[in-house]
Ligand binder design. Structure first.
Ligand code: SF4
Length: 352
C-alpha cells in the first residue's frame, strides 16, 4: 500500500515537474513578434549562417534587390548546413536567375489589379472575397505570385476597412471571407480579433478562411491570444497552410496544428510544385503522409504562377500531370492534392 502510494506521488511529482519544464521553455522562448522582427534580412548573413561559400553571395544580392530576403530563425534551423540544394533553402535563397524575364512572366500573373473593387479587397470568385489583412510576411518565398503586389496601395487603416466591410455587407451572396496578405497572421491579434468581430456580425457570412505560412515558419505564432479570438468566433474556421516539403513540418509545427484543431479549425494545405524543391513522386508522397500525421489534409498542388523572377522554379504542365498520375500509385485518394492552375478570369481554379 505504502509502496503504491509512493509510486503515485512520484508519478505526479514528475508530471508537475515536466509541466513546469514545458512552461519554462515556453517562457524562455522569444515571442513570435520578436522572432518575426529578428528574421534574417541580409543575404550575406543568410549565406554565412548556412555555411554557403561566397559564390552564392552575388546572386543572393541580385535577387535580394528585386525582392528582399526574409527568413526567421525557427525556419532556417530546419535547413541542412552547407547544402545549397536544401529544399527549404531553395524556397528562400535569392538567386541571380531572378533577373531573367522570359516571355509570359509578369508582375501580376493573376491579374488581381482587375479585381480590387475597394482598397484591401480582392473579389475574383463567386461567394467569397479575399481581404489583404497584412502587407508583410514572416518569410519571403522566392516563387510568390504576389512578390510585386502593391501592398502600400492595399493596406487599409481601420477606418478604411469600413469600405471593405460595407462591400461584404452589401452582397448577401458572399458567404466566406478569406484573410490573406502578405501573411494575415503577421497582423496583431488585437487587429485580427477586431476584424473577425466585424465579420461575424455580417449575417450572411458563414466561414472565415485564413491563408497563412506563419504557423509553419514561426510555430509560436499559434499562441493563446490567437487561439482566444479564433476559438470564440461563430464563423466556421478554415486555415489553409502553405507547406511545400515534409522537412518544413517539425514537432513544433505538429504541436501548433494540434492547438489550432483544439479550437475547431479545419486544417488544409496547399503546395506549389517547385523545380528543385518537391518535383518528384517520393517527396510529394512523403509530404502528404507527414501532413496527415500533423492533422492537415492536402488540398491543392498549384503549378507555378508565371510571376517575374520565379521562372527557374517552373515545372511544365505535362511533367506535372505525369508526376501526379504516378503519385496516385502511392497514396490513398484522400491524401491526393488536386493539381490546379489559376487562370485569370476563370470562375475557379482549373484542374490540370
Ligand atoms: S504571401 Fe505566402 S508565398 Fe508569398 S511570400 Fe508571403 S508567405 Fe510566402
Amino acid at each position: 500500500m505504502i509502496t503504491r502510494r509512493r509510486a503515485f506521488l512520484q508519478e505526479n511529482i514528475m508530471i508537475v515537474a515536466s509541466d513546469r519544464l514545458e512552461q519554462a521553455s515556453e517562457v524562455s522562448r522569444p515571442s513570435w513578434q520578436h522572432q518575426l522582427s529578428h528574421a534574417i534580412r541580409d543575404p550575406r548573413v543568410l549565406c554565412q549562417y548556412l555555411g554557403l561559400d561566397d559564390t552564392w553571395l552575388e546572386g543572393a544580392r541580385t535577387g535580394h534587390a528585386l525582392f528582399e530576403v526574409r527568413v526567421p530563425e525557427a525556419y532556417f534551423k530546419r535547413m541542412a548546413h552547407n547544402a545549397p540544394d536544401d529544399p527549404l533553402l531553395r524556397q528562400v535563397l535569392p538567386l541571380g536567375d531572378e533577373i531573367l524575364a522570359p516571355a509570359g512572366y509578369v508582375a501580376d500573373p493573376l491579374e488581381e489589379a482587375d479585381h480590387r473593387p475597394v482598397r484591401g479587397l480582392i473579389h475574383k470568385y463567386a461567394g467569397r472575397v479575399l481581404l489583404i489583412a497584412s502587407p508583410t510576411c514572416a518569410v519571403n518565398c522566392r516563387y510568390c505570385f504576389r512578390r510585386h503586389f502593391p501592398y502600400s496601395e492595399n493596406s487599409p487603416s481601420r477606418a478604411q476597412w469600413q469600405e471593405a466591410l460595407d462591400y461584404l455587407r452589401d452582397d448577401p451572396g458572399i458567404h466566406e471571407a478569406i484573410l490573406s496578405g502578405g501573411d494575415p497572421l503577421a497582423a496583431s491579434d488585437r487587429q485580427l480579433a477586431w476584424l473577425a468581430g466585424e465579420l461575424e456580425r455580417i449575417p450572411h457570412l458563414k466561414r472565415l478562411r485564413i491563408h497563412t505560412r506563419l504557423p509553419v515558419v514561426i510555430p509560436d505564432r499559434v499562441d493563446s491570444d490567437l487561439l482566444a479570438w479564433l476559438g470564440n468566433t461563430r464563423l466556421q474556421k478554415v486555415m489553409v497552410l502553405h507547406i511545400n516539403h515534409a522537412n518544413e513540418i517539425d514537432q513544433a509545427v505538429v504541436d501548433a496544428c494540434a492547438r489550432l484543431k483544439a479550437v475547431g479549425v479545419t486544417l488544409l494545405n496547399q503546395s506549389v510544385l517547385l523545380r528543385g524543391v518537391n518535383d518528384d513522386v517520393t517527396t510529394l508522397a512523403v509530404l502528404s503522409e507527414r501532413l496527415f500525421e500533423a492533422g492537415v489534409l492536402p488540398y491543392y498542388l498549384h503549378v507555378l504562377d508565371p510571376v517575374q523572377g520565379a521562372a527557374h522554379f517552373d515545372v511544365p504542365d505535362e511533367e506535372a500531370r505525369t508526376l501526379v498520375t504516378r503519385l496516385r500509385d502511392h497514396l490513398p485518394g484522400f491524401l491526393m492534392p488536386r493539381l490546379v492552375r489559376e487562370i485569370p478570369g476563370e470562375a475557379s481554379k482549373t484542374p490540370l
